[in-house]
Ligand binder design. Structure first.
Ligand code: KG4
Ligand code: ZN
Length: 332
């Protein structure tokens, strides 16, 4: 079955052609980061307009790259939520029009389930059951994944998402959006133990997160320490990243113990942080736990993961109609 996947939940316009749920024939991503960079975050109105500009071109490019004509597409899968309503509407409405014109079925994909499915886009996917972390600009969720369709949400952030904390700290340090890549590269030259930022674990046994304390601690440190030399910024970035790393690793290993899992999948934009993934792999390895990280192109928002999730939904008969709507807040 050949599925056209469409993703427009935030600031990436993406389309992909995916065969039988795991063979990616094409995955085209048009990023808007440059347009949002100077605002220090995504501006919803700008995002919607740029999606409108890009959607036809991106879908056309994905089909051309895959060498697949409209008549060969068996179904269209588009992100339905959570995300920015104006952005979601562009991709979801495009998918409705495509499904009507091409006379194929359509399914609406939960963006977070899409991220979990990014871990299946490789030769050795994690075996069930496994623990999945979805760490992005909008979410920090830990799931117990029992099968292709059973995801138990074990914990989530109570305030900022981890990617959001990277973005806000980057803004405080004077670097723009997105903050993750710049903080990671600054941290490479810093000493992670030089500044001891707080690690917030919440109640014993909780799988929830809170990153606003770490973010505020960086703000306080900056207010009390006027040194803005390169060296100082490197130490701040390294200290912040180390605090986030310790919390994420602590909760993931606890989740593995609780659910007796020997496999963890790290997904979402923050999974592109190789410093974090290496540290997690090394700590997890000491307990015989294997860490699975998707290829970089499938960490951030992409339509291949939406096509992969959509394929399973088609197999399960989970289709939607032209009267279905998008949603902004998570439902799982
Ligand atoms: O999954 P994603 O592309 O979009 C959302 O669904 O939000 O994630 C984007 C987030 C941004 O907050 C960005 O700063 C973060 O992922 N990110 C990173 C890295 N690359 C991207 N965070 C930490 N380290 C990175 N290398
Ligand atoms: Zn995402």
């Amino acid at each position: 079955m050949i599925v056209l996947g469409i993703e427009t939940s935030c600031d990436e316009t993406s389309a992909a052609v995916v065969k039988d749920g795991s063979t990616v024939l094409s995955n085209v991503v048009a990023s808007q980061t440059e347009a949002h960079h100077r605002y220090g975050g995504v501006v919803p109105e700008i995002a919607s307009r740029l999606h409108i500009d890009a959607i036809s071109r991106v879908v056309g490019a994905a089909m051309e790259k895959a060498g697949v004509p409209v008549g060969a597409i068996d179904g269209v899968a588009a992100t339905r939520g959570p995300g920015l309503i104006g952005s979601l509407l562009v991709g979801f409405s495009f998918a409705k029009a495509f499904s009507y014109a091409a006379n194929v079925q359509m399914t609406g994909v939960n963006h977070l389930e899409g991220h979990i499915y990014s871990s299946f886009l490789c030769d050795t996917p994690p075996p069930f059951p496994f623990i999945a972390l979805v760490a992005s600009g909008g979410h920090t969720n830990i799931y117990y994944v029992q099968s292709y369709s059973r995801f138990e949400l074990m914990g989530q952030t109570r305030d900022d998402a981890v990617g959001e904390a990277f973005d806000k700290v980057s803004k405080m340090l004077g670097f723009g959006y997105p903050g993750g890549p710049v903080i990671e590269s600054m941290a490479l030259k810093g000493d992670p133990a030089r500044i001891d930022f707080p690690r917030t674990f919440l109640e014993k046994g909780s799988f929830d997160f809170s990153f606003s304390g770490i973010k505020s601690a960086v703000g306080r440190y900056l207010a009390e320490n006027p040194d803005r030399s390169e060296e100082s910024l490197h130490h701040i970035a390294a200290g912040f990243q180390a605090a986030v790393r310790d919390v994420l690793i602590g909760k993931l290993l606890l989740a593995c113990t609780e659910k007796e899992c020997l496999n963890v999948a790290v997904t979402g934009g923050v999974a592109a942080n190789s410093t974090f993934c290496r540290a997690l792999s090394s700590r997890a390895g000491q307990s015989g736990i294997t860490v699975h990280v998707p290829a970089k192109e499938y960490c951030g928002d992409n339509a291949a993961m939406i096509g992969a999730r959509g394929f399973r939904q088609f197999m399960d008969g989970d289709v939607c109609s032209v009267s279905d709507d998008v949603f902004s807040k998570n439902r799982i």
